[in-house]
Design a protein around this ligand. Structure first.
Ligand code: PMP
Length: 429
């Protein structure tokens, strides 16, 4: 496969952009090689600067659930753009967006738009602290909630991929208030709560983790967190930046049947435009300015192009429950196909899948937390990634990321992915 144009672009990018990229995981640093520079995408396929086509299992890290350049979304953005790209003043569309999200997501009485998942999570934590008057919060090792200072403690995604133990620039004063424990370990959470009586404002969690590969919650784990939070007056925050509107129209709350107090969204609610949101119970949300004194703001928040893109996509998802059945069918098909070829290869593996989030961990034992994910044969994953890329299949460039399946992918694409995995495994043993 010729990637000479991408190689030249990467060299050029490195002269003006740190590491040649605007977000670290894109640099392919841990898997090696040169990142591909993308020119455009349509449906299930990405096209690079050398004209190569790839089946996309990243889908902009989630939002392209109906495929790239989805026509109703493109058209809606084009029409809106002609009416100006920003006002910094309220619009009716923002109300329609809030009403739509409320009609789809459980436990969202009030919702505030922001511009990224980071902003959403950072603001939700500030709100939980302001509401409870407590300083500390609990997050889970390997979960990623964006790059705000307080989240960069034992974080997943790029922080795990690059094995960054301590992030320079994050003060010990800030990280002191971030407590961490292993995903799926309710006893560890209970111990932390007991050791910090009356001090924990919030527990924030990816209800299905996607930033250490895909890791589902063990049965009862989220329910136990819910009970603990109720007992201790702790705000339970579900970070649904990946799971929201993907696992079900009501996100992980609906899919897993557990209620959160606050929920954060990102990516998908802008159909790939820069958007995030945090919402939840009225009693908590009404502490946000200008109703309350927990300050949070954004010049471009509720931006009309972002709103119309997200609104168009979410409405499509709301109106067609069959989309979720279709994606589930495709995801189960891929899961079964991968399972078959992996089993036949004799190479130890674990496939974790929840709906259209799926990961292959080259692990001998179940992968239930970050330590399990880190103990897997991730060198083999890196080889797998490059082999698949050479076959025109674009997986996330790290074992610490989940794959996302879109409804645009065809059976032939899935068959090609399974067959390429089989040929990789044959030459890997
Ligand atoms: N939360 C989760 C679960 C995420 O996966 C991400 C991004 N991958 C974020 C928060 C941060 O979102 P953003 O990159 O839009 O700031």
């Amino acid at each position: 496969m010729n990637t000479s144009n991408s190689i030249a672009l990467f060299e050029r990018a490195n002269k003006s952009i740190p590491g040649g990229v605007n977000s670290p995981v894109r640099a392919f640093k841990s898997v090696g090689g040169t990142p591909l520079f993308i020119t455009h995408a349509k449906g299930a396929y990405l096209y690079d600067a050398d004209g190569n086509q790839y089946i996309d299992y990243i889908n902009s890290w989630g939002p392209m659930i109906l495929g790239h350049a989805y026509e109703p979304v493109v058209k809606a953005i084009q029409e809106k753009a002609a009416l100006s790209t920003s006002f910094g003043a309220p619009t009716e569309l923002e109300i329609e967006m809030a009403e739509l999200i409320k009609s789809m997501a459980p436990n969202v009485d009030l919702i505030r738009m922001v511009n990224s998942g980071t902003e959403a999570c950072m603001s939700a934590i500030r709100l939980a602290r302001g509401y409870t008057g407590r300083n500390k919060f609990i997050k889970f090792e390997g979960c990623y909630h964006g790059h705000a200072d307080s989240f960069l403690v034992k974080a997943g995604s790029g922080v795990a991929t690059f094995n960054i133990q301590t992030v320079p620039g994050v003060t010990s004063g800030v990280s002191h208030d971030t407590l961490t424990c292993a995903f799926n370990d309710i006893q560890a959470v209970e111990t932390l709560v007991q050791q910090n009586p009356g001090e924990i404002a919030a527990i924030i969690i990816e209800p299905v983790a996607g930033n250490m590969g895909c890791i589902p919650p063990q049965p009862g784990f989220l329910q136990a967190l819910r009970s603990l939070c109720d007992k201790e007056g702790i705000v339970l925050i579900f970070d649904e930046v990946m799971t929201g509107f993907r696992l079900a129209s009501g996100g992980a709350q609906q899919y897993l049947g557990v209620d959160a107090d606050l929920v954060t969204y990102g990516k998908i609610i802008g159909a790939g435009m820069p958007v995030g949101a945090f919402g939840g119970k009225k009693e908590i949300m009404e502490h946000i300015a200008p109703l309350g004194n927990v300050y949070q703001a954004g010049t471009l928040s509720g931006n009309p192009l972002a709103m119309i893109a997200g609104y168009t996509l979410l409405q499509e998802l709301k109106q067609s429950p069959a989309i979720y059945e279709s994606i589930e069918k495709k995801s189960a098909y891929l899961h079964q196909g991968l399972e078959k070829v992996l089993k036949a290869s004799g190479i130890p593996y674990i496939i974790n899948r929840v709906g259209s989030m799926i990961s292959v961990h080259f692990s001998e034992k179940p992968v239930n937390n970050f330590a399990d994910a880190a103990a897997a044969n991730n060198t083999l994953f890196n080889k797998y990634f490059h082999y698949m890329l050479s076959q025109g299949i674009y997986l996330p460039p790290s074992a610490f990321e989940t794959w996302f399946i879109s409804n645009a992918v065809s059976d032939a694409d899935l068959d090609k992915t399974i067959a390429a995995t089989e040929s990789f495994l044959k030459q890997a043993v």
